[in-house]
Design a protein around this ligand. Sequence first.
Ligand SMILES: [Mn+2]
Length: 330
Amino acid sequence: MQAIIDILKNNNSFIVVAHEKPDGDAIGSVTGLTAFLNDNGKKATALLVDDIPTKFEDIISCPLTRMISANEINSADILIILDSARSSRINLPSNINIDEIKIPIVNIDHHIDNNVNGTVNYINSAAGATAEIIADLAKKMEVSNHWIVSRNCAEMLYLGIVTDTGSFKFTNTTCNTFQAAAYLLSKGVDINKINNAAYFSKALNQLLFEAEMINNHLKCDFDGRYAHAIIPQSLFDKYQFNMKDGETVIEYLREINTAVIAALLYPKDSAVKVSLRSKNSAYPVGPIARKFNGGGHEMAAGITFENKSFEEVDKLLYDAIKEVLEKNEI
Ligand SMILES: [Mn+2]
C-alpha cells in the first residue's frame, strides 16, 4: 500500500476505471477515489463507460467521463484499475485494448482471482469491497500526508462498502469493514441518502418484472437447495427492464429458506449470462464460475456463456451444482 501512496503523492493526473457493468462497489470506489484525488490537488477522471444503475444516478456528485481515447489515457500519468478481477472485464471503451496503455497501471482489487497485470498490484481478498481498501488508503493518507477526506468522497466509498457487503450481511463483512464504515461516517456520510438510493429506489416496472420471474420462471431442485431461474428476453421486453438495474434480482432466489445456491440465467446480446450466489461457505460458487471461465468471489460469482442455449447452460450448471452439493454434503 505504501507504493500506491507514493504513486498518488508523486503524480498529478489519473484516470480511474473499474469493471464493466458497474455495481455499487465499482461506482463507489471509482468516484470515491476520484473525489479523493481531486480534493487533494490532483487531476483525476472517473471513467465509467457502461451505464450505471438508475438508482445511483442522483447520488453521484463526481462528474463521470463516458468516452475516452487511448491517447487521452496515455497522456495521463497513471491509470488506476479498481474492483476488476479479469483484464477482459476492465470497462475501457470497446475500441481500446489494455495493451495500448503505455502509462503505469495501479491495480487495486478484492477479488481473489484478479489477473490484471498492473505495474503495482494490491489485491486484498479479505476486504469486503474495493471501496473498503480505498477507505483504508484514504485514512492512511489523512494521517501521514494530511490529505483531506471530504464528505462526498466518504459517501461514495460508503456506497461501495454497503452494496458489496449487502448492508454488512454477507460473509465478506469483517471487523475492518465496520471500522472503515465507521471512519467514513465520521466524515459526515448521510446514511439515509445512500441507503435510500441503494435499497429503497426500485421502479415499479422492476417490481412487476421480479414478481413475474418468481411466479413463472423460478425452479427449485435438490430439495430446494438450488434455486434458479431462466429469464427470457420477452420478460425484459414486457417490462422494459434492463439488467443494469438488476444487481439485486438474484436476492429473491437467495432469500428462499431452503436455498443454498442461487443462479440467475439471462440473455446478453448473443450470450447467456449467469449470476451465482451461495449462502453457505461449505458450498462456494467461485469454483463453479472458474470452471466455466467465469470469475468473482467464493460466495458471489458470474459466468458468460457464448454460443450456448439457455437449456445447455442450465444443464451444465445443474450438473456442476449437483456435484458441489453432493461432494460437500455435511
Ligand atoms: Mn467489489
